[in-house]
Design a protein around this ligand. Structure first.
Ligand code: FDP
Length: 319
């Protein structure tokens, strides 16, 4: 029988009264998803495609929709009063939301894969929620230097052929699909597990010559075990595909200059940590090549990290 997100959350609340804040926050995140989905679906009709005249803290050119979605998330999350502070891939610094009684902090990537917007390929919003550390200022960087294991909720919204909300609050991974006619997210799947079979790998093959010898060896093994490459170039879409179809995603450190100064691209707080949480909750694994992603204690807000994520057996095997 059809179950809406609202029914799912209220049912959950009945069985876990201590989840009140988390239930409210999931309802708010779902609303953010509906707002962004409405805008991305109309990207070709409104003047929101293309690049803005700005760069973010990582020196990456921002798309107009990066700015729109970041502002929307910021204002909406401020108004929910559930979050003391936020960190965003598109913000230089932590934003104090001036909610002194709030118990949580949130890190997010408002529009992951935004370079794909102009060509109508799936993009996403990724979020990671931690408990606010007591006795530390809301906007103190320590709030955002917590290891992934300490997340209380993490997930993503995928704006693809349909809009999906995928999240975990520590009891498995649950998926909801937006019914645009009803304006409601409907439960599609509970306790999703990454398949045992791994037919696919996701890697930007154009970087193959520029990764370390160790990663070349890992890649060779991945290619041999999986066989088929599928790379969308949008982390949320690639991860989601592997979660459903079975596979592994790898984004190693690389150096296109050939000088061996290998650097990773994906962000620990906004991308790797939440995806690693989902992977583990779905029976998978995530590593930076040396450590489980969830064990890494960030040392910087916008820290980047190499990522190997997906089927647990294969991740273990190639390490
Ligand atoms: P984007 O730059 O379009 O925002 O980390 C961001 C990300 O996209 C991921 O979503 C995507 O998987 C990756 O970068 C793609 O990077 P490459 O183009 O280097 O493969």
């Amino acid at each position: 029988m059809t179950k809406t997100l609202q029914q799912y959350l209220l049912e959950n609340l009945k069985n876990n009264p201590d989840r009140y804040d988390l239930v409210m926050m999931m309802a708010d995140i779902a609303t953010i998803g509906k707002l962004i989905s409405a805008r991305t679906n109309r990207a070709g009709l409104t003047d929101v495609r293309g690049l803005a005249d700005s760069t973010n803290v990582q020196d990456e050119t921002q798309a107009k929709l990066d700015i729109y979605t970041n502002d929307l998330c910021k204002e909406y999350l401020r108004n929910t009063a559930l979050f003391a502070a936020l960190a965003s891939e598109e913000e230089n610094n932590i934003v104090d939301l001036e909610n002194p009684n709030a118990q949580y902090i949130i890190a997010f990537d408002p529009l992951d894969g935004s370079s794909n917007i102009d060509v109508n390929v799936g993009v996403g919003t990724i979020f990671s929620v931690h408990k606010r550390l007591p006795d530390v200022d809301a906007a103190d960087i320590k709030q955002f230097l917590q290891a992934g294991h300490d997340q209380v909720v993490a997930g993503y919204l995928l704006y693809g052929s349909s809009t999906m909300l995928v999240f975990s609050w520590g009891d498995g991974v649950h998926m909801f699909t937006l019914d645009v006619d009803l304006g409601e997210f409907i439960l599609s799947d509970e306790h999703v597990k990454i398949p045992d079979e791994t037919p696919y790998y996701s890697f930007n093959e154009s970087y193959a010559p520029y990764i370390s010898a160790v990663d070349q060896a890992r890649l060779g093994k991945i290619r041999a075990v999986t066989g088929k490459q599928r790379y969308i170039g949008s982390l949320v879409a690639d991860f989601h595909r592997n979660l459903i179809k079975g596979g592994i995603y790898i984004y190693p450190a690389y150096d296109a200059s050939g000088k061996g100064n290998f650097k990773p691209k994906l962000r620990l707080n906004y991308e790797a940590k939440p995806m690693a949480w989902l992977a583990e909750q779905a029976g998978g694994a995530a590593s930076d090549g040396d450590n489980a992603i969830l064990d890494i204690v960030p040392s910087e807000l916008h820290q980047r990290v190499a990522v190997i994520i997906g089927n647990k057996k294969l991740v273990k095997e190639i390490l």
